[in-house]
Design a protein around this ligand. Structure first.
Ligand code: GAL
Length: 350
């Protein structure tokens, strides 16, 4: 009798474990649907970016505090997840927290800490995190670039310093950090308060801008949410207009030199979001944050977008879509469900 009970218990436990694994092992990207991490909680990494290091991807994003609206200061720091397949993500926790104890800290609770991006500096072997930083109590007026440093991709990141960027006392807003083939790191950003789009190069430590910023000819003013990649010697930049948390149509530019001149390519999106019925005029209800180059599959990139929920930001979802290149121009088509096999197929067809 006892043996029968033990066997029944073992069978029960193994089927529960199997059910959990099936629930957590995901095979497809499902844009705009709830995306769970390995612990069963929705991924909390908004306005983020992805770093590939030693065969692993690290997704860094804004950690939104449960129960807070944007107006009530929802930013809790930088949350990190790791993955080998870009679909199943392990929660690595908060790798930089806002400071709840010291109100004089640059990252004191109540600050606005947005759009974190992490870059690896080969020279110093440091992981450098950048984020938009508005000091607590200062509102969306003077924007700084916050810089934090870690010696492991999973942190902890230690706040290091801040700079204004864009050679402007009012600082810079949404940005992209682009590391070129020669290791030069560029800060592409919107200048405050005139909203011109500018680019500056960082020093070899990746700590501060070095030299003057250049206005990017060809990129319209009020361009936000930039995400930059290089493909076959051409720079491609995805972005948006400036309508706060509300979505607007995507912007797309290309250039032969990162400093410009840039060519306006209209917008790259096709179709509509079947979850919220929003089309390309509202960019599927989302705003760009980053483009992920896929390692091991040539010329394959994923566009990352955020669906903002300013009333309850922790519930904001993500839209990750594959980028097709049609006559060397980006095209981003809505898909309800997809996976990386799609890129392999495109390559075979070529
Ligand atoms: C957006 C920006 C977001 C956030 C928001 C606030 O334009 O991309 O990161 O700052 O404005 O309204």
């Amino acid at each position: 009798m006892r043996r029968i009970l033990i066997v029944a218990l073992l069978i029960h436990c193994s089927s529960v474990m199997q059910a959990q694994q099936t629930r957590l092992q995901q095979t497809n990207f499902k844009p705009a649907q709830v995306w769970l991490a390995n612990n069963g909680h929705p991924i909390n990494a908004h306005g983020g970016g992805v770093l590939f290091h030693n065969n692993k991807y690290y997704w860094y994003g804004e950690h939104k505090i449960e129960g807070k609206s944007e107006a009530q200061f929802a930013d809790g720091g930088i949350h990190c997840y790791s993955s080998t397949d870009l679909i199943n993500w392990k929660d690595e926790g908060l790798v930089l927290s806002v400071d709840y104890k010291n109100p004089a800290s640059d990252i004191a609770y109540g600050c606005i800490l947005e759009r974190p991006k992490v870059v690896f500096n080969e020279k110093n072997k440091q992981f450098v995190a950048y984020f938009k930083l508005y000091l607590a109590g200062a509102g969306y007026v003077t924007s700084n670039v916050g810089v934090a440093i870690a010696d492991k991709p999973t942190g902890p990141f230690i706040f290091h310093h801040k700079f204004h960027g864009a050679d402007s006392p009012n600082g810079s807003g949404d940005f992209s950090m682009f590391k070129d083939d020669d290791g030069s790191l560029y800060h592409l950003t919107i200048r405050k308060p005139d909203k011109a789009f500018v680019i500056g190069k960082l020093d070899s430590n990746y700590y501060y801008p070095e030299g003057a910023y250049t206005v990017c000819k060809g990129i319209e003013s009020h361009t936000e949410a930039p995400a930059v990649i290089k493909r076959e010697g051409i720079y491609h930049m995805l972005g948006s207009g400036s309508t706060g948390w509300k979505p607007n149509i995507a912007r797309y530019y290309t250039a032969k030199s990162i400093l410009g001149e840039w060519t306006n390519q209209g917008h790259p999106c096709v179709g509509y979001n079947t979850v919220n019925s929003l089309g390309v005029d509202k960019n599927f209800g989302s705003q760009s944050s980053f483009i992920v180059p896929i390692h091991g599959i040539k010329d394959s990139f994923i566009a990352m977008f955020d669906i903002w929920q300013p009333e309850n930001p922790i519930t904001g979802r993500y839209i990750w879509l594959p980028i097709d290149f049609v006559e060397d121009k980006m095209s981003i088509t809505w898909r309800d469900s997809w996976n990386l096999n799609m890129f392999k197929k495109t390559i075979r067809e070529k």
